[in-house]
Design a protein around this ligand. Structure first.
Ligand code: ATP
Length: 295
C-alpha cells in the first residue's frame, strides 16, 4: 500500500478583470491570485495492483459535497486515468475546511491536489505544466492551484506568470452564509455595460516594489458589480472592515467571500474579533489568515 498526502490551499483574487468572452463561451480573465493558509487536507491511498478499470472511492467529512463522479477530485483523477492509462484503485479522503461555492477556489484546489497526488503516485515524471494543461479543461483556477503563491493568471486561466511574493500583511477572511454559482455570476456579468476595471499592471508594479498600500489601492474585482448588487451584505462587510482601518476590503472570485487587508496582523485579529462581536446574530464565518507563497 502506498499513501500520499496533499494540502490544498484556498486563494483570494487581489484583483480580477474580465476582458471578454471567447466564441466557445470561456471568459478571458486577467487576475492576480494569492494563496492563503486556509486549506483542505487530502489523503490518497493505492494498493498498487493492476485493475481492469480504476476504482475511485472518495470519502469526506463535508456534508455538502457529493462523493460521486461529479466531484472535481474524482473528475481530476479520471482525466489522469484517461491521459496516462493508469489502472490502479484509489481511495481518497477529503477533510474539507474551505467553504463551498465561496469564491476561494475550494473545488479547484482539491482538483489540483488530486492531479499532483496521482502524478506523484503513478507518473512522477509528468511536469507541473502538463498538469496545468489537464487542469484547465476542468476549471479556470485549477492551473494556478497546481503551483500557487502570487501569480498573474490570464487567458482562460492557462497563462500563468509567477510574480514576486505579495507583501505580507494582516488579512481577514469573511464568508457570508450564502453560496454563489460562479457560472451564473459570469453569465450576468456579460450583460453589464459600465464596469470599473482594475489597473492590474499598477498592482503588479506595487507588488514588485513590496508596496502594500498601493497594492491594496489596486484591489478591484469586476465580478463584485454582479454579486455585490444581489447581496448588499458584501458592501456592508467591506465598509465595516474599512472603518476598522483596513487598507482595503473586497470580494474574492465570484463571491461571496470578502477579504480585508490591514497593515499588521494585530489589526486584522482585532477587526475579526470586533466583527464576530458586532454581528453575533448573523451567520458569517470570520477569521484572520496569512498569505502563503510556497505550496
Ligand atoms: P472558484 O473560486 O474557483 O470560482 P468557488 O470557491 O466559488 O470556486 P467551489 O467551492 O469550487 O466554488 O464550488 C463550486 C462548485 O463545485 C460547487 O457547486 C460544488 O458542489 C462543486 N464541487 C465539486 N467538487 C468539489 C470539491 N471537491 N470541493 C468543493 N466544491 C466542489
Amino acid at each position: 500500500m502506498r499513501k500520499v498526502q496533499q494540502t490544498a490551499y484556498a486563494k483570494i483574487n487581489l484583483s480580477l478583470d474580465v476582458l471578454g468572452r471567447r466564441d466557445d463561451g470561456y471568459h478571458i480573465v486577467r487576475m492576480i491570485m494569492q494563496t492563503i493558509d486556509l486549506c483542505d487536507e487530502l489523503t490518497f491511498e493505492t494498493q498498487d495492483r493492476e485493475c481492469p478499470a480504476m476504482e475511485v472511492v472518495l470519502e469526506t467529512d463535508s456534508g455538502e459535497l457529493s462523493c460521486g463522479e461529479d466531484n472535481l477530485i474524482v473528475r481530476a483523477v479520471r482525466c489522469m486515468e484517461a491521459r496516462y492509462g493508469i489502472r490502479k484503485d484509489l481511495k481518497i479522503r477529503l477533510k474539507k475546511r474551505i467553504p463551498v461555492a465561496a469564491g476561494m477556489a475550494g473545488g479547484s484546489t482539491d482538483a489540483a491536489a488530486a492531479l499532483r497526488a496521482v502524478r506523484d503516485l503513478f507518473v512522477p515524471d509528468v511536469s507541473d505544466e502538463e498538469l496545468q494543461k489537464i487542469g484547465v479543461t476542468l476549471g479556470a483556477d485549477i492551473p494556478y492551484c497546481i503551483t500557487g503563491g502570487t501569480q498573474l493568471s490570464e487567458g482562460i486561466g492557462e497563462k500563468l506568470r509567477a510574480l514576486p511574493d505579495a507583501p505580507q500583511c494582516g488579512l481577514v477572511i469573511c464568508k457570508p452564509s450564502m453560496g454563489v454559482s460562479t457560472a451564473e455570476v459570469y453569465t450576468r456579468y456579460d450583460s453589464l455595460t459600465d464596469v470599473r476595471h482594475p489597473d492590474v499592471d499598477a498592482q503588479i508594479e506595487a507588488i514588485r516594489r513590496g508596496d502594500l498600500e498601493n497594492m491594496a489601492k489596486c484591489c478591484i474585482n469586476v465580478l463584485e458589480e454582479v454579486t455585490g448588487a444581489i447581496y448588499p451584505q458584501i458592501g456592508e462587510i467591506e465598509r465595516f472592515f474599512e472603518e476598522k482601518g483596513a487598507l482595503v476590503s473586497r470580494m474574492s472570485g465570484s463571491g461571496p467571500t470578502v477579504f480585508a487587508i490591514f497593515t499588521t496582523q494585530e489589526q486584522a485579529q482585532e477587526a475579526a474579533a470586533a466583527f464576530a462581536e458586532a454581528r453575533k446574530e448573523e451567520d458569517c464565518i470570520v477569521f484572520p489568515c496569512r498569505f502563503v507563497y510556497q505550496i
